[in-house]
Write a protein that binds this ligand. Structure first.
Ligand code: ADE
Length: 248
């Protein structure tokens, strides 16, 4: 799997892929991340990549020609996914991340300034992606977020595949609570069930906690999810009993 990121500020991204899980994945050969300077694809005197908007108005617009040229040079496979990062895009989420992880190559184009010439969105890319309803000064932080989230779904990137399975959102629920030592900290106790050694019970408790948390904090997610019979029963219990104030 290979990521290619097109940006006019490659230095913004140079350090983010050289630490942690992404760095290890690159070293293991599971992932390649290349950051390209858009100016390398501009052929005018000052390697200018932006220009004034037709029709007038504030700010500058990124020109279509260097972006088209960059994608045409960088794209390797017919199945390569090409996305423009912008606040107008489809909201990026875990489902999209999982689908993108199946692609052999993903090209991410970071927008800047007031915008990118519309012909890029209309005729070059597979779509636009946004990481949230806010405006960043450019797509670079979004590119980082997307590489991180997609990479976790590439087999071998996360040491224990089970951690991805239990991640928030993997099965459409928020994560269950985690605890480590000390067993009691400033009077706050770890729920006793976690010391029971009964794995069945612990699994059920975690499922219940994940459902509780999702119901309390993100009911919108719960509405979209197909609940299993066990999950429905647990949720009925939670609603009937109200949320217990654990630990007990
Ligand atoms: N560029 C500017 N804002 C953005 C956002 N919210 N998501 C993705 N790219 C962006």
């Amino acid at each position: 799997m290979r990521f290619d990121i097109i940006t006019i500020f490659p230095e913004l991204l140079s350090s983010v892929f050289s630490a942690g899980v992404i760095k290890k994945a690159i070293e293991k050969g599971l992932l390649e991340v290349r950051v390209h300077n858009l100016r390398d694809f501009a052929h005018n005197k000052h390697r200018q990549v932006d220009d004034r908007p037709y029709g007038g108005g504030e700010g500058m617009v990124i020109k279509p020609d260097p972006i088209f040229e960059a994608v045409e040079k960088i794209k390797v496979f017919p199945e390569t996914a090409v996305y423009l990062l912008s606040p107008q895009g489809k909201k990026f989420d875990s489902l999209i991340a999982r689908e993108l992880a199946k692609k052999p190559q993903i090209i991410l184009i970071c927008g800047r300034y007031e915008g990118v010439d519309e012909r890029v969105a209309q005729h070059l890319v597979d779509g636009e992606l946004s990481i949230g309803d806010y405006v960043l000064t450019g797509g670079e932080p979004a590119a980082w977020v997307i590489v991180e989230a997609v990479a976790r779904f590439i087999p071998g990137v996360v040491g224990k595949p089970q951690s991805v399975v239990h991640d928030s959102f993997f099965d459409g629920l928020l994560d269950y609570p985690h605890y480590t030592r000390p067993r009691e900290f400033r009077g706050m106790k770890v729920p006793s069930i976690l010391f029971s050694g009964d794995h069945e019970k612990i699994l059920k408790w975690r499922k219940r906690k994940a459902l509780e948390k999702t119901w309390r904090l993100r009911p919108d997610i719960l509405k979209k999810k197909q609940l299993s019979l066990e999950e429905k029963r647990l949720l009925d219990d939670i609603i009937k009993e109200g949320i217990k104030n654990e630990p007990d």
